[in-house]
Design a protein around this ligand. Sequence first.
Ligand code: ATP
Length: 513
Amino acid sequence: MANQEDIFKKVISHAKEYGYVFQSSEIYDGLSAVYDYAQNGVELKKNIREYWWQAMVQLNDNIVGIDAAIFMHPTTWKASGHVDAFNDPLIDNKDSKKRYRADVLIEDHVAKIEAKIEKEVKKAAKRFGDSFDKEQFLATNQRVLDYQTKVDGILKRMGKSLENEDLADVKSLIEELEIACPLSGSKNWTDVKQFNLMFGTKLGASADSAMDLYLRPETAQGIFVNFLNVQKTGRMKIPFGIAQTGKAFRNEIVARQFIFRMREFEQMEMQYFIKPGTQQEWYEKWKEKRMKWHLSLGMGEDNYRFHDHEKLAHYADAAADIEFRFPFGFKELEGIHSRTDFDLSQHEEFSGKKLQYFDPEENKSYVPYVLETSIGLDRMFLAVFSNSLKEEELENGTTRTVLKIPAVLAPTKAAVLPLLKRDGLPEVAHKLIDELRWDFNVIYDEKDAVGRRYRRQDAAGTPFCVTVDHQTLEDETVTIRHRDTMEQQRVKLSEVKDIISKEVDMRYWLQKI
Ligand code: ATP
């Protein structure tokens, strides 16, 4: 089996070859950690955004959307804590001159120990066969328990030192764990320093009157500052939510994982305003709801897990990540944070305006608590794309490359293929496309033998191929081929639209939530 690195390389090259993701400004050798979405990528991204938006806004009476500006008044970022505390701890290797995030170095070390646990589990599962009880094994096997104690100890210590801003201890931890630079193998480290991640820019023409601004590092603050506007104009009653998707910018120190960590990226965030004291209940509910959303896409339950935060951000009283099994291991895909009344209270203090809700049931006003769900659209894209890319061995001994993107998210739903370029077949194919394009993205392909065209569509992720042949001219039937099973059916031309609709309609997928 290919190793993780090879699989990831294949993902990146496939994304380029099939028109999903290009490096930004590639003709100038690119810009680090900035990417462009290509003709297929833009459709996949749009579909993921829409799938999220429908689940949040359309299907919930009490959640509405907004689209706030990227530029915000600079005081916003003082109030939110980003000016003072939006830092990453960084450390340089003196030999390779490479810069790392200290917490990521430690987490990668932990991931290696966790991989050992997984290996033990796999070995034992093989040995015990059907009678294997994973929970029991994890709770009783001494080797696994030792590894787990180690993991817990490291994360706890790291969490504590980061929380106390004890950067010297973070360095000591790296030294004690004998973590080496992945590039040079050297353990010759500088001290750990803090680095602010916000991009600064200026508003205004003349040098003296220009105002220093930041590109927003998260979309959430656009929601908080509009809380009262939305509550009043929408006559919203607590609990209610405000959802938003949009660009965010972070000057990431380590940005080497394709679209996993970008400097310009898109977030899909929802802030849920609740009564103080109910945060634990909503935290659990939203964790469950968000996991269901992920699972509805059918990408495999084993590929997700919750990770509770050891180190809580300055605004949170509980936080968990939904992690996904990326080609480079389990990593954060979405965060669910109980943000208390931190943000609204801060904005009250810095703006001097009241941001309170009058609760008619309690007959009093209060600053609501907030429960946040925050997912990176680009990370979700990478999760879908990398998980969908498969090399399959076929019965006849050949292999095929297939991109099994959930049909609801696929950029193009069907390709219509005339068997030959003559005898009136292209005309029938075009007529079918003209009918289908009102409902889905469809494409026409007449080049090469039909088998090659099937392979091309498999690799591009198109869930259906519809082939028009001579029999079509006689009895108005076509062959419809399913990407995942390669099964072919002969169906009436008039049924094609319904067959595709059933499998790509968001309604069908969202009903699983
Ligand atoms: P990480 O620990 O990976 O840096 P984070 O905890 O800082 O992420 P949040 O601030 O909670 O991330 O942001 C919410 C979501 O936004 C993340 O779960 C992730 O999906 C996405 N995200 C954050 N930073 C980036 C980035 N640089 N590129 C792409 N997506 C990102």
